[in-house]
Design a protein around this ligand. Structure first.
Ligand code: SF4
Ligand code: SF4
Length: 145
């Protein structure tokens, strides 16, 4: 969970034809998130999730920690869906691909079992459908290009 007042600035730069950066100026440092330009603006905490991707780009959820092997930074299971202009959780939408990428080769024999398990548990683990639980606040937005 990211602290409510930890984000005081957001800037968007069109660095290429498809990506932009969001800068979060925090009290003691600055975190830069790379977000697709077409991604929706993050809604208020408690609103329906719109797939802005901010929460999963800042830090993985507990399932994402397992899949990404890290506690900070973009979740390795996060997928940008250009046609829908939103981010989706690969642990829900692309289970086989995500596990194939994340598991070492010697564990691929377990893929059928693990895919089945993840399909059953992922929605509950990532609390899909409960609304945005990310209370990051974005104060300013600038865009170049
Ligand atoms: S939970 Fe909130 S921050 Fe995370 S993707 Fe959904 S709307 Fe964006
Ligand atoms: S909801 Fe899915 S994409 Fe987001 S951090 Fe969790 S596992 Fe990763």
């Amino acid at each position: 969970m990211v602290g409510k007042n930890s984000v005081i600035e957001k800037k968007i730069f069109n660095l290429s034809n498809c990506r932009c950066q969001v800068h979060f100026a925090m009290p003691k440092n600055v975190t830069v998130l790379h977000i697709f330009r077409d991604a929706p603006t993050k809604p208020a905490s408690g609103s329906p999730c719109n797939g802005c991707g901010v929460c999963c780009l800042i830090a993985p959820c507990p399932l994402g920690v397992l899949l990404s092997c890290r506690r900070l930074g973009a979740c390795q299971a996060l997928i940008w869906q250009a046609e829908d202009r939103r981010y989706v959780c690969g642990a829900i939408t692309s289970v086989h691909d995500v596990l194939t990428r994340r598991l070492p080769l010697y564990a691929h024999a377990l893929l059928p079992v693990l895919c089945s398990l993840l399909r059953r548990l992922a929605k509950r683990w990532v609390a899909e459908g409960v609304g945005c639980d990310c209370d990051v606040e974005i104060d300013t937005v600038t865009q170049d290009g």
